[in-house]
Design a protein around this ligand. Structure first.
Ligand SMILES: [Zn+2]
Length: 337
């Protein structure tokens, strides 16, 4: 399973993060796969990403559609469609090209949701036909929907049309301004349904916008091939950190009751989970520096991906998940069934 770092940010910040990571002498590369939303990314960032790819730091570039910004009301679906088509036609250097999607809001009624699902599937089919041949092979079609019938509408369209990578984007969103998706039971049931069809039709499956450690474990159980998120960065901004198989906990202020994590618990969990990185050796630094939290979170994601790939975790880690991410632990039975 591949981690894709979502980096729709300024070039200076990306450079700074890569420099700090390299200074830590961790030989792993969490920036090997990068996702950017080209129509909302400053040209300087796109230039940097392209250079990093030429230098071999970045191996794969995923272009995202900007569906999230349509959802936020920042751009209309139609404007996104045309801007994206123009960008894709003139930028053949990417590795994956997300087709335009129209994300239903949790507040949308059934009829509106159906409208957006049809727009996503039918719009993607038309868009795909407009793409040059070499980009068609790198298209990523997004599945939206809250019900099996809606998901089926997308799947039937994409099976006929042909994109070889599918993306699942219908996770629950956590809060109004946040794109830090959470895995709800309904969404996880749909994801497993999609995954089964993807596997039997030899399609790769990408999960959009999820990256808490227990969610990474669940995505792998559902045979997802890749996932992206900016959650590691956003969550660090809110004072929160990850640990393997543990959801995000706030460490920056103490008397927060159940949502916070005292330093003693953090240190104990580091030992139990086997996590070590140069960004959390000094707890004071982790508590006071957003950059340390960002890079520590990236290191934890990397731990998760490695442990899952090499199957080097045991029941003790799943026990940690029961204790520190119980809502995720409960979803395990869905993937197993
Ligand atoms: Zn760490």
């Amino acid at each position: 399973m591949q981690f894709v770092a979502s980096l729709t940010r300024g070039a200076a910040e990306i450079k700074r993060l890569i420099r700090h990571w390299n200074d830590s002498e961790d030989p792993r590369n969490p920036f090997a796969n990068i996702l950017v939303t080209p129509i909302f990314t400053p040209p300087s960032t796109l230039k940097l990403v392209r250079e990093l790819k030429e230098e071999g730091v970045v191996k794969q570039v995923f272009f995202d559609s900007g569906g999230f910004f349509v959802q936020m009301g920042r751009i209309s679906y139609e404007d996104m469609y045309w801007q994206l088509l123009h960008f894709y036609r003139s930028n053949p250097w990417g590795d994956w090209y997300t087709l335009p999607d129209y994300v239903p809001l949790s507040s949308d009624d059934e009829e509106t949701c159906w409208h957006k699902v049809r727009q996503t599937a039918d719009g993607s089919r038309l868009f795909y036909q407009e793409l040059p041949y070499e980009i068609k092979a790198k298209a990523l079609a997004v599945i939206q929907g809250r019900t099996i019938a809606q998901v089926d509408y997308c799947l039937e369209t994409y099976l006929r049309t042909g994109p070889e990578r599918w993306g699942f984007g219908s996770f629950g969103t956590n809060g109004k301004q946040s794109n830090a998706n959470i895995v709800t039971e309904e969404a996880f049931i749909l994801l497993n349904y999609v995954s089964e069809i993807a596997v039997s039709n030899n399609r790769h499956l990408h999960a959009f916008g999820v990256s808490t450690p227990p969610a990474i474990y669940l995505l792998n159980e559902s045979r997802v091939d890749s996932f992206d998120s900016i959650g590691w960065m956003k969550t660090a901004g809110y004072g929160k950190v990850y640990l393997p198989f543990v959801r995000a906990y706030n460490i920056t202020y103490r008397d927060k009751g159940a949502r916070g994590m005292p330093p003693q618990v953090f240190e104990k969990l580091k030992i139990r989970s086997g996590h070590e990185c140069s960004f959390c050796t000094d707890f004071r630094m982790l508590e006071t520096s957003r950059t340390h939290r960002i890079l520590h979170n990236l290191a934890v994601i990397q731990d998760m991906v490695d442990m899952i790939r090499e199957r080097t975790f045991g029941d003790d880690l799943l026990q940690i998940m029961e204790e520190y991410a119980s809502t995720y632990a409960r979803l395990r039975s869905i993937a197993e069934s």
